[in-house]
Design a protein around this ligand. Structure first.
Ligand SMILES: [Zn+2]
Length: 496
């Protein structure tokens, strides 16, 4: 990391400013099906190695693939959510290469007839909205996983887990519309949010279900022509994506400034070294010899299927944010926070559904609830406070049963114990004191014991009034109805 900073400092900011980066991303997402793309094996992550295999995904002679209908539906759903045109006819092709992770000697993918084309995705950065083009969305199968370390004889052998082989993927290819690493970060963030919302993928980057490669070039600012593009692979976290792009852009600018040309090549991001490094040429110089897979029929997506998928589409983040602002009266900022995940948005809507005003519900969730979930490392789905209970708590403030200050204490106890607000209020004696007789008794005692301050008040020092209010609130642990305290104290102090 120190190295990156060092290298960056070699190029003066005014030199950097003369250049512009051109970035396109290729994102692979595993589809959230039960089974693999072309066989009935489970695609679950984390099962015992090589337990989810069969003649089809092991590529044994004579085995025939059959397309998983659910995988197709999820791929169509992603395509529609990304505003793509879904092709009525697309086709699977064989992408031929030899590597131990590919038992058939080819990967089933889509090539010249992809499932969907020409979509877009909106990203938001520093308050501005930008539309990024999606070139294509196509389906393919994942390769098996080569394991080079961590096993008994890893120093002598590489191991292969075929569980991942044949897991359904979509590849989403963007137009080269991104101009800086933060834009690429925002694009991947927005894409991940859509894939999660639509339940197309679990997008778990640690488990490899969302993976990202980038095409990067630089050109003089204002130039029309693209520079030579370099493919950077292995950008499998948001942090690495941003760092690798920053490094690669710097590297290319330094090369050009030094009078050298950029080689069109594939580079790997070396996480430990914090820089991109060229892959050995034989690892990427493939002629894939694509041809249509004769074992699979063309994929036909007719209007009926497209409509069926469209009708099953959940509300997307953008629409949800707009509706929250429009119908529930919350700020765009709060809408952004609450629509960040579908689970959180659903929680918020359930609180409102249970009777809480939108704005107040939004405040409680975006401050108290999120802070406590964060501190305890819990997901919103694991919240000890149900939406109904939060709505009930908010109702008790609105009705004057408890004060706002007390409500925060009740909320904390609810979160710790999982009890309902009524249970906590009863157990802790938190109910607001609205019994005016009780408040008057306390107020009179305080007035009787503070004759000096009574005299001051009566001689015109109205500031002393706050002292009396404070004393009554202290005596009642902040649970006295503030308006009643005011009224009663004014009346007592004006007597005689
Ligand atoms: Zn199988």
């Amino acid at each position: 990391m120190a190295k990156t900073t060092e290298e960056m400092s070699r190029i003066a900011p005014e030199v950097m400013a003369r250049y512009e980066a051109v970035i396109g991303l290729e994102v692979h997402a595993q589809l959230l099906t039960q089974t693999k793309a072309f066989c009935a094996c489970s695609r679950r992550f984390g099962d015992a190695p090589n337990s989810n295999t069969c003649p089809v995904c092991l590529g044994l002679p004579g085995a025939l693939p059959v397309l998983n209908r659910k995988a197709l539906e999820l791929a169509i759903r992603a395509s529609l959510a990304l505003h793509c045109s879904v092709q009525e006819r697309s086709r699977f092709a064989r992408k031929n290469y030899f590597y131990p992770d590919l038992p058939k000697g080819y990967q089933i993918s889509q090539y010249e007839l992809p499932l969907a084309t020409e979509g877009w995705l909106e990203i938001e950065l520093a308050g501005a909205t930008k539309r990024v083009g999606i070139t294509r969305v196509h389906m393919e199968e994942d390769a098996a996983k080569n394991i080079h370390e961590g096993l008994p004889e890893s120093d002598r052998y590489s191991y292969i887990d075929f569980n991942r082989g044949g897991v359904p993927l979509i590849e989403i290819v963007s137009e080269p519309d991104l101009r800086a690493p933060p834009e690429a970060h925002a694009y991947l963030t927005a894409l991940k949010q859509i894939l999660l919302y639509t339940e197309v993928s679990d997008c778990n980057m640690e488990e490899g279900s969302l993976r990202c490669d980038a095409n990067v070039s630089v050109r003089s600012r204002g130039a029309e022509k693209f520079g030579t593009k370099v493919e950077v692979k292995n950008l499998n976290s948001f942090r690495f994506l941003q760092r690798a792009l920053e490094h690669e852009i710097e590297r290319q600018i330094a090369e050009i400034e030094a009078g050298r040309t950029i080689a069109q090549e594939t580079r790997l991001y070396n996480v430990a070294a914090g820089r991109t490094e060229p892959m050995r040429s034989k690892e990427f110089a493939h002629d894939y010899r694509y041809f249509p897979d004769p074992d699979l029929l063309p994929v036909v997506v007719d209007a009926t299927l497209q409509k069926q998928v469209q009708d099953s589409m959940p509300e997307l983040p953008e629409a949800k944010r707009a509706r929250f602002v429009r119908d529930l009266g919350i700020t765009p900022y709060d809408a952004d926070v609450l629509a960040a995940t579908r689970a959180l948005a659903d929680y918020f809507e359930a609180v409102v559904q249970a009777g809480a005003p939108g704005k107040i519900a939004a405040n409680w969730i975006s401050t108290e609830l999120l802070a406590r979930l964060n501190d305890s490392g819990k997901e919103v789905s694991e919240s000890p406070i149900t939406p109904e209970e939060l709505a009930s708590l908010i109702g008790k403030i609105e009705s004057g049963e408890i004060t706002g200050a007390t409500a925060k204490k009740v909320f904390a106890r609810m979160f710790e114990t999982g009890k309902t607000p009524a249970e906590v209020i009863a157990a802790e004696g938190y109910a607001q004191i609205t019994d005016t007789g009780e408040i008057e008794r306390i107020a009179r005692a305080i007035v009787a014991n503070n004759s000096n301050n009574v005299a001051k008040y009566r001689s015109g020092n109205e500031g002393v009034f706050k002292f009396f209010v404070g004393q009554v609130m202290r005596e009642t642990r902040g649970q006295a109805n503030p308006q009643a305290v005011n009224d009663i104290l004014k009346r007592i102090l004006s007597e005689n």
